[in-house]
Design a protein around this ligand. Structure first.
Ligand code: PEP
Ligand code: MG
Length: 865
């Protein structure tokens, strides 16, 4: 009847194509059959039947089951497979060879293969259906092999295999309390019942809920005639992919075994054969590949793979069985792939017209791009190697050594990402690995925790540097050559070469591959928001332009003053008692600052450049208590006592909430006046046919309208005088950073006087939570691990809280001025989830660190769809 054909749908077109009812595997198999691929006959048992089976037992099968079974070839061996809605939900193990018997098979496939298939069935049935202890079977096999002096079951003759079958039949009864059922129908019914119950068990339910699956229902089954990988002629089983997992380039790859079934080739019991000739050269595989041993079969597989890719509009891996030289397809699933391969495959598919360019853009996870965008060590640099290990995750990075995840978090919060050095890592270290510039471990292999996590994060990582010894107590690292490195010492991790180097090695920037450049071009056509970069120097700006940033969204000018030769005049300026002295020091700084801006303008020709006036508390520029200050006393003309006194006077209880940002600009107006003059003089000096850029001057840490309007008045005056002095007319913008809650609430006022607003979400997050951005690292890991916060709000924007404040600010600002440009320049500007929020909120741009610009461009494009 129609009804029972819905419960038991044949594999094939018009059959089990609905993945919601018959599972992903059955749906794919039906499509493969519909494409004319060699698929053995079978039917899918709908998920409804399977859940009834778990509740009510075999009675739930009904008459439709008999009818479906009757359509299969009489006497055929059957395979029973789980077909969950999604592969990730897991599912009970496949049962093969149902109905196998020595008498039935021997004429077809010979005495040994017939016995091999039969003992496999009894073994698997006892364990997976009867719940027998798998070890009992392993021991029995082991004892028998030993008794006959055989290495593996493949060395046993027919009589010995008969003995094994007898032993397994006895064990079945001993272990499960029942004799092994002789009738194929009884085997099948019992196996289906066992799968249904396994799926409904508490542990399976918990597991699939944790993987995003449904608690109830959701498992269909596939009953299918077997393609026998054992016996006569060329027989075997394996999996083949038609794109390189690493690069995405076309080419056949995979593993197979002759005289094998199901997943044997992946199980590691025997050394598998590679599929493609080009894969050879991999260690440990000696036999010729399938392509070399049977080129016509490899060709047939290749044709099937190409067909599947076209039909599924994706690179597909095929599961196959070879039965006496004949190829059968058992399943298809998307090929596993690296980030690079994912880009290549999406772009190839779009270029052949299989998918749209928009689909290609949507298919690549923005975060994974970081894997393709990392710098490498300059090949011309001299390498001072400390240790060698395994190249676990690509990219090269330097930083001070830290020995704990907490220390890595704390270092990143201070803006100096560190190299995390551990014996090995564990899940508690994940947050620290997030903030680390690179990871180095003494133990572990390519699939160790550190390696897997670092690759996922795109963080350079070298594992298994067994020559290193760590003394965590003394916080020291000893290299094989005896050199000792302490916490804070600079080292470099070269994740591509698998080496750790002393010092900070020079790096070169990665080049965009053709496919990536193409994909980014499509993303750029799709996106609405602009992506600017946070770049403080001309060098940063060049990197940003290399990644096609639309401009600079944040130049933190304070970073220009930490350099050698500048810190002293800066300190003189800060320590000056009288305005005149301060002005004199600023006179020295002015040309330096002007040169910096000329450098930036030259790189950014024509693009917006947002320059933020000095922001941090001034004492950040002062010498540390243990630093030598005699020289400083000399240049400032103060006695050592006076100098110490002045430094002490400048200490604040809570500097992040103290005299910083525009509060400096208001109380010491000469500082911002100097910066404004440098901005405009640089503009005049880099004039060619007109101004190179149109600067956007940004005032930090504003909380009141009057602060911004006072500073604006000064800047406008300076612009006018520089214009008069140079005879050039400038156009520029002045805006504020919205980074205090009050600025957000009063955005309506601010929009009245300002040309743009840029959300500084680092400070805004800090102040909205009342949570120090420099100290959050100490406990954020515990907070996130124990679920107090879903995410670190300094990594991914807190949309509920900080986001609401931003929406209030947006609405109030736009009420004053409907078209006021809105941007975001905190760390969140490179985070895809935060970018989605900005797109939905109708912002004009995000600004992020140069390396995250491509990620942001892709995320912006995806957010528009
Ligand atoms: C911010 O606060 O978000 C910001 C961009 O400024 P900074 O990180 O320099 O404080
Ligand atoms: Mg800030």
């Amino acid at each position: 009847t129609e009804f029972s054909r819905e419960l038991y749908a044949p594999i094939g077109p018009g059959g089990a194509e609905d993945a919601a009812r018959y599972g992903r595997k059955a749906a794919n198999l039906s499509r493969l059959a519909g494409l004319g691929m060699p698929v053995k006959p079978g039917f899918a048992v709908a998920a409804d039947v399977v859940s009834a089976l778990a509740d009510r037992g075999a009675a739930a099968l009904g008459p439709g089951f008999e009818a479906a079974l009757a359509e299969l070839a009489p006497g055929a061996l059957l395979a029973l497979r789980a077909s969950p809605g999604r592969k990730e939900w897991g599912g009970p193990a496949t049962l093969l060879n149902l109905g196998a018997s020595v008498e039935g098979l021997e004429p077809r496939i010979g005495p040994c293969a017939a016995r091999d298939a039969t003992r496999r069935l009894i073994h698997a049935f006892a364990v997976h259906v009867g719940g027998a202890d798998p070890e009992a079977f392993e021991y029995a096999l082991h004892d028998l092999l030993k008794a006959h002096g055989a290495d593996s079951e493949h060395d046993l003759d027919a009589d010995q295999l008969d003995e094994l079958i007898e032993t397994f039949l006895d064990l079945h009864e001993e272990e499960t309390g029942d004799p092994f059922p002789a009738s194929p129908a009884a085997q099948l019914a019992a196996a289906m019942g066992a799968m249904a119950r396994t799926w409904a068990s508490t542990s399976a339910r918990l597991l699939r809920v944790s993987r995003g699956g449904p608690e109830q229902g959701g498992l269909a089954l596939i009953v299918q005639e077997m393609a026998l990988g054992l016996g006569a002629g060329l027989s075997g089983a394996g999996r083949a992919a038609f794109r390189s997992e690493r690069s995405g380039a076309p080419g056949i790859e995979g593993r197979m075994l002759f005289q094998a079934q199901g997943n044997d080739a992946l199980a590691g019991l025997r050394t598998p054969r590679l599929i493609g000739a080009a894969e050879r050269g991999e260690a440990g595989v000696r036999d010729p590949s399938l392509e070399e041993a049977a080129p016509e079969i490899a060709d047939r597989l290749r044709a099937l793979g190409a067909k599947a890719e076209r039909a599924f509009q994706d690179a597909m891996t095929l599961e196959f069985t070879l039965e006496d030289g004949e190829l059968f397809v058992l399943g298809a699933e998307p090929t596993r792939r690296s980030a690079r391969a994912s880009v290549r495959i999406s772009v190839d598919l779009a270029k052949t017209g299989a998918i749209s360019e928009e689909d290609a853009v949507l298919r690549v996870e923005p975060r994974t791009l970081s894997e393709l965008l990392h710098p490498t060590i300059d090949p011309r640099a001299t390498r001072d190697r400390i240790a060698r290990g395994l190249p676990a995750s690509p990219g090269a990075a330097s930083g001070p050594i830290v020995f704990s995840a907490e220390a890595a978090d704390a270092a990143a919060a201070r803006g100096v990402p560190a190299v995390l050095v551990r014996v090995e890592t564990s899940p508690e270290d994940i947050r620290g690995m997030h903030s680390a510039a690179a990871v180095l471990t003494v133990r572990g292999g390519m699939t160790s925790h550190a390696a897997v996590v670092a690759r996922g994060l795109g963080t350079p990582c070298v594992v298994g540097c067994s020559g290193l010894s760590l003394d965590l107590e003394a916080r020291e690292l000893t290299a094989p050559d005896g050199r000792v490195f302490r916490e804070g010492d600079q080292i470099t991790v070269d994740g591509a070469a698998g080496e750790a180097l002393a010092g900070a090695a020079p790096t070169v920037q990665p080049e965009f591959s053709g496919a990536l450049a193409e994909l980014m071009g499509w993303a750029d056509r799709l996106r609405r928001m602009r992506v600017r970069a946070n770049a403080d120097t001309a060098q940063d700006a060049r990197v940003a332009l290399g990644f096609a940033a639309d401009g600079i969204g944040l130049c933190r000018t304070e970073h220009m003053f930490f350099e050698k030769g500048r810190i002293t005049p800066m300190r003189r300026m800060i320590l000056a008692d009288r305005e005149a002295d301060r002005r004199a020091a600023l006179e020295v700084l002015l040309p330096m600052q002007r040169a910096d801006f000329i450098g930036l303008y030259r790189v950014m020709q024509g693009r917006p450049v947002t320059i933020r006036l000095l922001d941090p508390p001034l004492h950040e520029f002062l010498p540390h208590p243990d630093e030598e200050i005699d020289d400083l006393a000399e240049v400032t003309g103060l006695t050592l006592r006076q100098l110490r006194r002045r430094i002490a006077d400048m200490q604040e209880f809570n500097p992040m909430l103290g005299k910083r940002g525009c509060r400096l600009g208001i109380t010491m107006p000469e500082i911002y006046q100097m910066q404004a003059r440098a901005i405009f003089e640089a503009l005049a000096q880099s004039w060619t046919d007109g101004p190179l850029v149109r600067p956007e001057i940004m005032i930090p840490l504003v909380s009141a309208r009057r602060e911004a309007s006072l500073i604006r008045r000064d800047i406008d005056q300076i612009a006018a005088s520089v214009a008069e002095e140079t005879g050039k007319g400038f156009s520029y913008k002045i805006g504020v950073m919205v980074e205090t809650p009050r600025a957000a609430l009063r955005a309506g006022d601010l929009a009245g006087d300002m040309d743009f607003l840029s959300f500084g979400t680092n400070d805004l997050t800090q102040m909205t939570y009342g949570l120090s951005r420099d100290d959050a690292g100490r406990f954020m890991r515990d907070y996130v691990n124990s679920g107090v916060f879903a995410e670190d709000p300094f990594h991914s924007l807190d949309i509920e809280g900080v986001g609401e404040l931003m929406m209030i600010a947006r609405d109030r600002a736009r009420e004053t001025r409907i078209d006021i440009p809105l941007g975001l320049c905190g760390e969140h500007g490179g985070d895809p989830a935060s970018i989605r929020f900005c797109e939905a909120a109708g912002f004009d741009y995000v600004s992020c660190s140069p390396f995250r610009v491509p990620i942001a461009r892709l995320a912006c494009a995806q957010a528009t769809v």
